[in-house]
Design a protein around this ligand. Structure first.
Ligand code: PBG
Length: 431
């Protein structure tokens, strides 16, 4: 069911030969002038006929067969055809205080008074084309539910993944990002499985590209799913995350993903200098056309908890605070954005998480001409789901509101686990 702030039409490119249009227009009675009753009136030329104030029940008013001149002459002669009466002023409830009206020459509520007017003045819109759908994959054949993320699964890469992508494309979501659950036995302290050309991610990319050549595939570039330490980089024996050595591995990972057919590689590791290095590595291998979406301002956030459960990628010790940003910092986002821009990032994934960091999205939207992405992360998703399951909030409305707020703050695209559910909602489908 559509909430009125989303009833701007969403038009997304044809996918699978189908066209998608957004929400069906709200069929609210208050969109019509609806007196609703049949009114008998005496009209020119003194014949009794019937007028309906709305076209709701019968067809249009019957014509009398007069030409323009006869109609005008009748009015000039004083035989004015009747129209519905001026509607009575609606009565306030008994006990309403009688007060002089406030002397206001601006009443902003006037522009919000009906669904049609609210739709006319809506400043931000959202469409399935704005979504990137994050998908967890594993080697198994079955889809395994993720406890902390109701509605999300570790998808079998050969079956569940392909089916989920088909469902998403069916409602106009044609961009996905892949996150692998890697078997423990393939994890190591240097994360070398990350650039195995026959690893889970490259295999899944090849399969998807074979089935859906126009699907846009984003990949995550970071070592954590492949690291026996659960860190995004290589850990020295004193616990320090080694920057340049990690970047060397990330370059190999990005090239391997590009070779498999990735459209956009997305470094989420927060090492220094990785955008420039990855750009160089991609170009050197002939992948000039592969884009880089940089996780520019990724914060050391507790909202990633459910994701780490999904991939079993919790850091085995310590935290990620020496590479991910301090949630208390604002200006530092500009330092990161400046570096990523000058190193050649195509898209700035400004913020992770999304909703608690709207100020950072707005900051970088205003300071950078590059497309801005926001990531509504696992913890944000799980909170909305949990609130919905407990009937504390209306899940669907809160979902749509949170997404439009990310757009309002300045995000062009949104990575969200709600992509399929929200797109179905935008296309007027119920789950
Ligand atoms: C891995 C990565 C993480 C997320 C995206 N990529 C986890 C982390 O940094 O610990 C989190 C996404 C989410 O919580 O939905 N580098």
């Amino acid at each position: 069911m559509a909430s009125s702030i989303f009833n701007a039409p969403c038009t997304v490119p044809a996918v699978n030969g189908k066209n998608y249009f957004g929400l069906k227009p709200a069929v609210n009675n208050d969109l019509r002038f609806d007196v609703g009753k049949t009114t008998s009136i005496i009209g020119f030329p003194r014949r009794v006929f019937t007028v309906r104030a709305s076209d709701k029940k019968d067809g249009p008013l019957k014509k009398l067969g007069l030409n323009d001149a006869e109609c005008e002459a009748a009015v000039v002669a004083g035989n004015v055809p009747e129209a519905p009466p001026v509607p009575p002023r609606p009565a306030p409830p008994a006990g309403t205080p009688v007060v002089p009206s406030l002397p206001l020459n601006r009443r902003p509520r006037r522009n919000r008074k009906s669904p049609a007017m609210r739709a006319s003045f809506q400043e931000t819109s959202i469409s399935p084309a704005n979504f990137v759908y994050p998908l967890f994959i594993h080697e198994g054949e079955e889809d395994t539910p993720i406890g902390a993320m109701p509605g999300c699964y570790r998808l079998g890469w050969r079956h569940g993944l392909v089916e989920e992508v088909a469902k998403a494309r069916d409602v106009g979501v044609n961009s996905i990002v892949l996150f692998p659950k890697v078997p423990d036995a393939l994890k190591s302290s240097t994360g070398d499985e990350a650039y195995n050309d026959n690893g889970l991610v490259p295999r899944a990319i090849r399969l998807l590209k074979d089935k859906y050549p126009d699907l846009v595939i984003y990949t995550d570039v970071a070592l954590d799913p492949y690291s026996s330490d659960g860190h995004d980089g290589i850990v020295r024996e004193d616990g320090v995350i080694m920057n340049d050595e990690t970047v060397y591995q990330l370059c190999k990972q990005a090239v391997s993903q590009a070779r498999a057919g990735a459209d956009v590689v997305s470094p989420s590791d927060m090492m220094d200098g990785r955008i420039g290095a990855i750009r160089k590595a991609l170009d050197a291998e002939g992948f000039q056309h592969v884009s880089i979406m940089s996780y520019t301002a990724k914060y050391a956030s507790s909202f990633y908890g459910p994701f780490r459960e999904a991939l079993d990628s919790n850091p085995r010790f310590g935290d990620k605070k020496t590479y991910q940003m301090n949630p208390a910092n604002y200006r530092e986002a500009l330092v990161e954005a400046h570096e990523d821009e000058s190193e050649g990032a195509d898209i700035l994934l400004v913020v992770k998480p999304g909703l608690p960091y709207l100020d950072i999205i707005r900051l970088l939207r205003d300071k950078s001409p590059l497309p801005i992405a926001a990531y509504q992360v696992s913890g944000e998703y799980s909170m909305i789901k949990a609130g919905g399951v407990l009937k504390m909030i209306d899940e669907e409305r809160v979902m749509m509101e949170s997404l439009i707020c990310l757009r309002r703050a300045g995000a062009d695209i949104i990575l969200t686990y709600f992509a399929l559910q929200a797109a179905r909602c935008l296309c007027g489908e119920k789950r």
